[in-house]
Write a protein that binds this ligand. Structure first.
Ligand SMILES: [Zn+2]
Length: 203
């Protein structure tokens, strides 16, 4: 495979990028050498300067020796509620809406319907460990905040099923976002008001 083809195949693995767009990216880089250099330099720096929060699992820019992100380090937040989201971008949307004061857990993706190995798609084991740890810290409720589409709903059901026994053991309530989200809504595109009402009306 030549480099042109190889790079275009790499771009194709990016979310939402099809074969034609992948080729356009490669041509853009061929025409703009400075962008190509910046892209490779930034990609390398990304691996070096960004780390995963050991508590919520989102990525954050390294700040000294901190192993937890800013949100997870904030002791003034409500230890009683844990909001489970699919991606970093969902956490950021909820955080930006200012409607939630508890802590988060990022699954790292969603589970496709009929998928045989959900634990390879999302951080299920890590979530169970987190809940076990947080139970000792006063966790009272886990809110499943997944997108209102079939894959999001399937993910919420799978997670709820996996959490059922640990939740029962520690007397933790499991809830899902309320009806404020219309069907098909991706969490990351929700406005602050919709998120606020979905959180308030969780069931
Ligand atoms: Zn965190």
């Amino acid at each position: 495979m030549d480099t042109l083809h190889e790079l275009s195949e790499l771009f194709r693995t990016f979310p939402g990028v099809g074969p034609r767009q992948a080729k356009r990216f490669v041509h853009h880089l061929l025409l703009r050498g400075d962008d190509a250099e910046q892209l490779s330099a930034l990609s390398l720096r990304l691996r070096k300067n960004v780390t995963r929060c050991e508590s919520c699992r989102r990525f954050f820019g390294k700040e000294g020796a901190f192993k937890k992100c800013r949100v997870c380090r904030d002791e003034s937040r409500d230890k009683g509620t844990l909001l489970v989201v699919a991606r970093d971008i969902d956490l950021e949307a909820v955080e930006k809406s200012g409607s939630f004061r508890g802590y988060y857990f990022v699954l790292g993706g969603t589970i496709p319907i009929l998928d045989a190995e959900p634990e390879k798609r999302v951080a299920l084991k890590e979530l169970l460990a987190r809940v076990e740890k947080s139970a000792a810290d006063g966790l009272k409720e886990i809110v499943l905040a997944l997108s209102a589409n079939p894959e999001g709903e399937h993910t919420a059901e799978t997670i709820a099923h996996a959490l059922a026994s640990i939740a029962k053991k520690h007397n933790i309530k499991l809830s899902v976002l309320g009806r404020g989200l219309s069907t098909g809504t991706e969490l990351e595109y929700c406005d602050a008001e919709t998120l606020k009402s979905a959180l308030k009306n969780r069931t």
